[in-house]
Unconditional design. Structure first.
Length: 717
């Protein structure tokens, strides 16, 4: 009996030693050990687990955590992912999750566990180990964030090489900046210093509305303005806002180029990584801005230099012909006066008819026809001045605004020139017959005013040739002349094929005048060549030929002395899928539009308001680009009509910023500078249409309908 008790005591003592050994290992282990019930309550943990979760005692832990999934897991749904392999395989290894510590901070843990079951296979409890892997996870996150930072910085450097405007570039910079995944709020704005000292204007924004961001920042005012003054980054609260923000000055050689504002949630504190990242960003942005501004300044200098060189070349060329022009100056003066007399004659004549016979006003058709002919004469007078002034400026892009019914134009010119070929000729005892032989022809694509002027010039030449014939033969008894204008088209029964000789529309002007020698016929198209002495300028036929060439036409001359002359002019037909033998009546459906007119000339603004208001549009005006931009931001406009050359901000710059705010808004630019835009070929991408000054109501009406055809106004968000 005594030996049995002694044996039992030895066993108990040995068990206690083993128990104390393993308890020591359990209590002092760096790795956490735990037991939990299948329902999610702690049964047993070692001190390492308490340290991980920052609890003092097991009692403190078990009282605070009575449901592990909902109270301990950052993502409670992960409990099912943890339990499933335990139920299926009996163990799980290296399961990573995020858990709340007692102080509500978040840690990362790696769990390995097994399910302890009874003989019937029922899970009694779960036991396993826990390892705090927060430092490793933070290191991995820092590596990933550093990689993201380097990727974004490289992308920003690549942006500096793109050939886009500075406004577009700044928007791309913000898009790239906020593509980084760990910036929480993903919204902000970028301001740049402008020409006005101490003012920083909003140039780009991302993820924020117009109401949430200032349009301007004044130096020293508000948080961002103070940052621009102090040149130091600031992190601050926004009044009445659900976020805080970083304000970072964009510096270059101690100059504040602008301000970057980045918003973060209101409960977030600044981090060292974010501050270092944003500091690197603004350094790159500063370099991009300086490089872009320098490039644009260089391009502007080159443009001005090219303009100056072009002007010098043109001045030199003009000097080379100065002596020749001086020689013909007297001839030109009398000739121009003569030409103006011709275009003023129908104006004066039809005005006298209307004033002397009020009954004509009751004849609506005739009254309207007189007014149209008078208007056409005024347009021709303007055209003569313009063509004379720009004779040597070759315009490769004439205004082919619409298809023209040539037969109708011939009839109109015949009536318009009647005072010359009939009345004035009769005063010289020359009796002319004017005939038209007009066949059915398709329309042609030409500038109606220029072609009308050319036809008028040819008819006047025909009259002069007939008068000259009888002046050289004063004893002639049959002082009668004939002028015939004939149109034809040999391709009437076939489809229209552009630029094929057999498909060209032919116009012939035939006179019975004095005719030309071979030498005169060879030189008659040269500028300043004239056979009329002081009665001609020597520019008439040259201008006619220039007009025909610009419209892709050709001209041949058949003439012999004392046998008259024939001018054969050919134009390609107007190419259209529709039948174009009839002159379509011009109709102008009027969309309802809100229009902003920007021009530094008060009279131009007043005229445009009258033009557009008369068309039923709502019109507002601004006297410069800055005012126009402000009015645009404050209002809702479907169309902006702007001058190009304005002080402080050009029409191009204003249009670019308008397009950044609203790509749907259409912009029409008016310009009075011939050749500044490369004969209208180099149209800036932000301009929808360019019109040359002066403009008429019809050309403005057509321009509006071209950019905004038949639609209701756009409501800009």
């Amino acid at each position: 009996m005594k030996s049995q008790l002694a044996s039992q005591n030895r066993e108990i003592t040995a068990w206690k030693k083993v128990s104390e050994k393993y308890r020591g290992m359990f209590e002092n282990a760096v790795e956490g050990f735990f037991q939990t019930s299948p329902e999610g309550r702690f049964i047993l943990v070692n001190p390492a687990v308490l340290r991980m979760l920052r609890y003092e005692t097991f009692e403190d832990l078990s009282q605070n955590i009575q449901d592990i999934p909902s109270q301990l897991y950052l993502h409670p749904e992960q409990r099912r992912d943890f339990i499933t392999p335990l139920e299926k395989f009996g163990f799980v290894k290296g399961f990573e999750l995020q858990a709340y510590r007692k102080d509500k901070t978040v840690m990362w843990a790696s769990l390995s566990a097994r399910a302890v079951k009874d003989k019937k296979g029922k899970v009694l409890y779960l036991e396993g180990t826990a390892e705090d892997i927060t430092p490793r996870k933070e290191a991995e996150e820092n590596l990933r964030r550093n990689y993201d930072v380097q990727t974004i910085l490289n992308a920003l450097l690549s942006l500096s090489l793109e050939n886009v405007s500075i406004d577009a570039l700044l928007n791309k910079i913000l898009e790239t900046l906020f593509s980084i995944p760990w910036l929480p709020n993903r919204q902000g704005a970028l301001f740049l210093a402008g020409r006005q000292s101490g003012i920083f204007s909003l140039m780009a924004k991302f993820g924020t509305s117009d109401l949430d961001v200032c349009s301007q920042i004044e130096l020293g005012k508000c948080v961002c303005g103070k940052v621009a003054l102090s040149k130091k980054m600031t992190f601050s609260n926004c009044k009445n806002k659900s976020y805080r923000h970083y304000c970072i000055p964009i510096l270059y050689e101690e100059r504040t180029l602008g301000i970057l504002k980045v918003d973060v949630p209101k409960n977030q504190e600044p981090t060292d990584l974010e501050e270092r990242f944003l500091t690197s960003v603004v350094r790159i942005v500063a370099g991009i801005i300086v490089r872009k501004q320098a490039k644009e300044a260089t391009l502007e200098s080159h443009r001005r230099l090219e303009e100056t060189i072009g002007e010098l070349i043109e001045a030199s060329r003009q000097t080379s012909i100065h002596q020749e022009r001086l020689r013909v100056l007297g001839v030109m003066a009398s000739g121009i006066a003569h030409d103006f007399s011709n275009v003023l004659t129908p104006i004066l004549g039809f005005t006298d008819l209307l004033l002397s016979n009020y009954n004509l006003m009751n004849d609506k058709e005739k009254f309207t026809r007189y007014l149209k002919l008078m208007k056409a004469s005024v347009e021709d007078a303007i055209n003569v001045v313009s063509r004379l002034r720009n004779f040597y400026r070759h315009n490769e892009n004439p205004d082919f605004s619409s298809s023209v019914n040539l037969n109708l134009l011939v009839k109109q010119v015949g009536i318009l020139t009647q005072p010359r070929w009939k009345n004035q000729a009769q005063a010289l005892d020359v009796h002319n017959t004017f005939k038209t032989e007009l066949e059915k022809i398709p329309n042609i694509s030409v500038n109606k005013e220029e072609l009308r002027e050319a036809l008028t010039n040819l008819i006047f030449n025909a009259v002069d040739a007939i008068v000259q014939k009888f002046s050289e033969n004063p004893n002639s008894k049959m002082r009668k002349g004939t002028i015939v204008i004939r149109t034809e088209w040999s391709n009437e029964n076939r489809e229209i094929t552009l630029n094929e000789p057999e498909s060209m529309v032919s116009l012939e002007i035939i006179d019975s005048g004095v005719g030309m020698t071979q030498e005169v016929r060879r030189r008659c198209l040269e500028p300043f060549f004239s056979t009329k002495g002081e009665s001609g300028t020597g520019l008439g036929l040259s201008l006619v030929y220039e007009t025909i060439k610009k419209h892709h036409g050709s001209m041949e001359i058949e003439s012999e002395p004392n046998k008259g002359s024939k001018f054969i002019i050919k134009f390609p037909p107007f190419f259209s899928s529709e039948k174009n033998f009839e002159e379509k009546k011009e109709t102008f459906p009027k969309p309802l539009l809100n229009v902003l007119v920007v021009d530094d000339e008060p009279m131009v603004r007043e005229m445009m308001v009258d033009y557009l208001s008369g068309e039923g549009y709502t019109v507002e005006t601004a006297s410069n680009g800055f005012e126009g931009l402000k009015r645009f931001k404050d209002g809702k406009f479907d169309l902006v009509i702007t001058d190009r050359a304005m002080p402080e901000m050009s029409g191009d710059q204003m249009a670019s910023r308008i397009k950044n705010f609203s790509t749907d808004t259409k912009v029409i630019m008016l310009t009075g500078f011939h050749g500044v835009l490369g004969d209208l070929k180099a149209k800036p991408e932000e301009i929808d249409l360019i019109l040359s000054k002066p403009i008429s109501l019809s050309s403005l009406r057509e321009a509006v309908l071209q950019v905004i055809p038949n639609r209701l106004p756009v409501v800009r968000k």
